[in-house]
Write a protein that binds this ligand. Sequence first.
Ligand SMILES: Nc1ncnc2c1ncn2[C@@H]1O[C@H](COP(=O)(O)OP(=O)(O)O)[C@@H](O)[C@H]1O
Ligand SMILES: [Mg+2]
Length: 216
Amino acid sequence: MILMVGGEKGGVGKTTLATHLAVARKEAGRSVVLVDADSQGTASTWSDARKEHADVPQLPCVTLRGGKVHVELKELARHYDDIVVDTGGADSQEFRSAMLAADTLLMPLRPGSFDFWTLLKMQEVIAMAEGFNDKLQAVVCLSQVPPTASDRARREAMDVLAEMPRFRLLNCMTVFRAAFNHSAGEGLTVGEMPRRDPKACSEIAFLHDELFVGAA
Ligand SMILES: Nc1ncnc2c1ncn2[C@@H]1O[C@H](COP(=O)(O)OP(=O)(O)O)[C@@H](O)[C@H]1O
Ligand SMILES: [Mg+2]
């Protein structure tokens, strides 16, 4: 499967989810490549940091830039079971071209960022891509949710998305947890940290299953 993570500009958790999902696919026994298609290059930095750790499985990380990302993604798909693409905002060339090859677009959104007009714009971009790629599914995942506000965040998201059938709201969400931040700089996942945060780990497992197993 080609899964791309993108849509919102900065800081929403795109790279965090992309790196965690790539490792989760590897742990599930799949061959996987992580693609850095964001000009910020954070996935590559994460991957470089990971190479310092001899005790974790390594993943190939490929940097792709420009408007022909979809061509290279299709080629990579001949060699790997799964591709996880970290892209930037919806206005980037890489985001738009990755959508031409992706099976799934995962958009992490923070509660309160459910700006109706932004999502409307995003719907238009997705509709355009669907003209070339009819298998594309757009899913939204709440990210960095304040621990005490998860029910309210979910209700608000459901209200806004009810009028936008192109987006499917996932049941899973990630709560704001220090563990995510700590693991990022190490090139690790929350499950690979010496002090595991079991709640963070189960959020990732839930996300993985909902996307790849369809079990949630
Ligand atoms: N659920 C979370 N809880 C706490 N911190 C998080 C969470 N998700 C991401 N972060 C942190 O927020 C920052 C931005 O996340 P990142 O994945 O780099 O976002 P993006 O790729 O969308 O710019 C990073 O420092 C990351 O460690
Ligand atoms: Mg990023």
